[in-house]
Every structure is written in structure tokens, then in C-alpha cells.
Write a protein of this length. Structure first.
Length: 153
């Protein structure tokens, strides 16, 4: 691979962050520089949406985030309810304040999967509650990263 092609590949990379939005806690995960792996970060408080969105905008500037992948909760049959409407409103605010692209991504199973994986890893119930939102954000971001990797091949 030539230096020119490496430079072109780097320009094509998009740095992404995953968000599991909740009114109490907001799970956050950030992809590595190569866009291969999602890494959970500390949760943010969802109780003050303005402050939380500002913190995410700061994260975007500090980490070079170009894209937020936000979990869109749907019912098992695929419909959107009240939670999905709240997430859509949050996504619009995040897009406006951060200047980043925001992609809504189906998260029907992310929280349940996060609980199961943390339990398998031996985390006790209080530890799981504290980590589940960022673990769910990492799972949905990883699903997005894996999907875009498949599309590129």
C-alpha cells in the first residue's frame, strides 16, 4: 500500500461515538481511530439534557467525533413509541449543538444483550446497573461498525 493510498484511507475514516439515550443515564461509547472497535465510556447524567448535550459536543471536539450513532428504541414489532419520539428530539438537539452527523440505529436488543454479557463476565447486579448503559452504547456502536465494515468489503 502506498503512502498516498494510506492518506486517502485515513480521510475516509469516520470517528464515531455510540449513544444509548435515557432520561436518567446516557451510555456513551467511542470507536477506536481505525473504526474497528467500540469502547464504553463513563455514563452521563440525562437529568439535565442541555448540559448532557454540551458534554457530548465537547467530546466530539476533543476526540474528533464526526458521527453519533444513537440507539432508537422500537417495539418488538418495529413500531416507534414515546421513547423513540424522545430520542428523535434528542438527536435533533445533538446534531444542532455538535455540528456532527447523527444516525439513528435500531437498539431493540442492546440493553438486554448488555445485561447478559455483563452477567456472564461476573459483574454483580449493582455493578451491572452502573455499567449497562455504556455497555449497550458499545454494543450498538459495534453493530454499526461491523455493518459498515461488511459494506466496505
Amino acid at each position: 500500500m502506498s503512502l498516498a493510498s494510506i492518506g486517502r484511507a485515513k480521510r475516509l475514516l469516520v470517528r464515531a461515538a455510540g449513544i444509548d439515550y435515557g432520561s436518567v443515564r446516557v451510555g456513551v461509547a467511542v470507536a477506536d481511530e481505525l473504526g474497528l472497535l467500540a469502547h464504553p465510556r463513563s455514563c452521563l447524567s440525562g437529568r439535565n439534557p442541555g448540559r448532557m448535550v454540551d458534554a457530548l459536543a465537547d467530546l466530539a471536539r476533543e476526540e474528533g467525533i464526526d458521527l453519533f450513532v444513537v440507539g432508537l428504541p422500537r417495539t418488538l414489532d418495529g413500531r416507534e413509541g414515546t421513547s423513540a419520539r424522545r430520542v428523535r428530539k434528542f438527536a435533533a438537539l445533538l446534531r444542532a449543538r455538535s455540528g456532527c452527523r447523527v444516525l439513528l440505529f435500531d437498539e431493540r436488543w442492546s440493553t438486554k444483550d448488555a445485561h447478559a454479557r455483563l452477567m456472564q463476565a461476573g459483574h454483580r447486579s449493582p455493578e451491572r446497573r452502573a455499567r449497562v448503559d455504556s455497555a449497550a452504547a458499545a454494543l450498538l456502536l459495534q453493530a454499526y461498525l461491523d455493518g459498515t465494515a461488511r459494506e466496505a468489503t
